[in-house]
Ligand binder design. Structure first.
Ligand code: BGC
Length: 509
């Protein structure tokens, strides 16, 4: 089969060691870095739909929204100002992740996490206490910087800490925490929207301090990864750490691979100019395309706009919020499917199955909406019909939650050699944030112009990305992270980009 499926490379070479309680706990603590990102994804939509919030900061938006009497459900009132406030966070994260790259490489992964958590904490305080738009925007920028640092360092940390055969499972803890953050935010908005007196939004924004404290305190106690310790010249500490996290003294083989990777890494003074070298073309391509594809699945249309979307198809306010909570729950629980299968079935099977499920669901949802709303955008749906739409939206969310969601963070974090891993991860974060921003910004006008065709548009992209994975992504399950180059070398297409003397790790015997 083209694409090679399972590639016989580092496979078969398995380092001794077991899943120790220590590594399990450190990974859980590090994964909580996902909470701050998830909380933000979930909180802003709800807050910007609270009248009291709009009245205080964006009174002209509120006035125009109230004056909008259009019955065309596709073309709802759209304020670029308001959405740009929401998505400014993603631009800040985009830029911050480049700075995070140097911190993560020079000082270790944990300091980036701590820095991310603390900046996010200050941002949430500013937002909760905001008395003017300036405070609000400054707060958003600090939140964005926090997310940029956390998303840059946490996936790397998890992939380096985990034993190869459980790397997928432990890394997906990050995505799990993202989904928990989104769900928690949905519940909180549901509650604070009911607060009389018009300060509910303050509670929503200030509660971001809770996940910020969790990751900041956690990062203080986290040990650094052996890979990063060796890279920074602490060989003895690295050896001890490796023994501790693998629960055995028999770590020489893994240690030697890490040292070889670190020697290679020392030769690279400028990761940014190195990453464009021909030999890194496969990883560079993936770290640009995977986050782009992840966003162009259209998932954040559901994450940001679920209540609006459900209201559009005829649910009342309460029922819309309830449906958003339901899709949030599906998002959390479906993530467990990938946690338990990713190291057995592999990344490719999940990508392909999840992709096909998403395509089918998007076509069905688009068609259900086309039948009732046509192109005029005017209709009312029966309860049963609307419930049917929600059902397929949930099946779509589930497909994402065990494929592109977790794998969009896992795969880029595990495919790079040490010397450019940190730079590669920054590119992953920035592309992800850029397209999160673009979709958040463009969705309402796209819906107005493309109507139900928007669902077909996203489905078309999922077709392309599914074919791309089938052809170009080699299987990376169970392969030790510092031996990943062997996987690329064995791939039918990417193999020719890597010369024999680019390989400095010993292949499996
Ligand atoms: C994506 C987010 C998305 C979330 C949904 C993450 O992997 O990066 O953009 O909102 O999954 O659970």
């Amino acid at each position: 089969m083209a694409g090679g499926g399972v590639v016989n490379t580092g496979k078969g070479k398995e380092y001794p060691g077991k899943l120790t309680l220590f590594v399990f706990l450190t990974c859980i603590v590090a994964a909580t870095g996902g909470l701050i990102f998830g909380y933000d994804i979930g909180i802003s939509g709800g807050v910007t739909s609270m009248d009291s919030f709009l009245m205080k900061f964006f009174p002209e938006v509120l006035a125009k929204e109230k004056a909008d009497k259009s019955t065309n459900q596709y073309c709802k009132f759209d304020s670029q100002l308001l959405t740009s406030f929401t998505s400014s966070l993603y631009l800040a994260a985009l830029i911050a992740s480049f700075f995070a790259s140097s911190v993560t490489r020079a000082f270790g992964r944990k300091w980036s996490m701590l820095g991310g958590g603390l900046t996010f904490l200050v941002g949430s305080a500013l937002n909760g206490a905001a008395v003017n738009v300036l405070m609000l925007i400054l707060g958003r920028i600090l939140l964005g910087i926090g997310v940029g640092f956390a998303n840059q360092s946490v996936p790397l940390y998890l992939s380096e800490m985990a034993p190869a055969r459980l790397r997928g499972m432990l890394n997906i803890g990050f995505q799990l925490m993202i989904t928990v953050g989104i769900l928690a935010a949905n519940f909180i908005n549901y509650g604070t929207a009911k607060i009389k007196g018009g300060w509910g939004w303050r509670v929503s924004l200030a509660l971001a301090a809770v996940p910020a404290c969790v990751i900041s305190l956690g990062a203080l106690f986290l040990p650094d990864t052996p890979n990063s310790l060796i890279e920074r010249g602490h060989s003895e500490e690295a050896k001890q750490m490796l023994r501790r996290i693998r629960g055995t003294d028999d770590i020489d083989e893994e240690y030697n691979d890490l040292v070889a990777a670190s020697q290679e890494s020392k030769l690279v003074k400028h990761p940014w100019s190195n990453i464009i070298k021909r030999k890194y073309r496969p990883q560079l391509t993936m770290t640009i395309l995977i986050p782009f594809f992840q966003q162009i699945t259209g998932i954040n249309v559901i994450m940001f706009y679920a209540p609006v979307l459900f209201k559009t198809i005829g649910f009342g306010s309460e029922a819309s919020l309830m449906s958003a909570v339901i899709s949030g729950l599906v998002n959390v629980f479906a993530t467990f499917v990938s946690i338990f299968t990713v190291d057995k079935l592999g990344r490719r099977k999940l990508f392909l199955q999840g992709g096909i499920q998403m395509i089918i669901c998007q076509i069905i949802v688009g068609t259900l909406i086309a039948i009732k709303f046509g192109t005029s955008g005017e209709a009312s749906l029966s309860k049963a019909y609307a419930a049917f739409v929600v059902l397929f939206i949930c099946a779509y969310v589930a497909g994402f939650a065990w494929s592109w969601g977790p794998l969009g963070w896992l795969v880029p974090s595990e495919i790079f050699p040490l010397e450019i891993r940190s730079a590669g991860q920054s590119i992953n974060v920035s592309v992800n944030m850029l397209f999160t921003f673009v979709i958040a910004q463009a969705f309402l006008s796209m819906l107005c112009h493309m109507k139900f065709g928007l669902f077909y548009f996203f489905a078309g992209w999922v077709v392309i990305m599914t074919i791309f994975i089938a052809l170009f992504l080699p299987e990376t399950k169970n392969v030790p992270i510092e031996e990943m180059i062997l996987v690329w070398k064995a791939h039918w297409f990417w193999g020719k980009f890597i010369a024999d003397d680019d390989i400095h790790v010993k292949p499996a015997v």
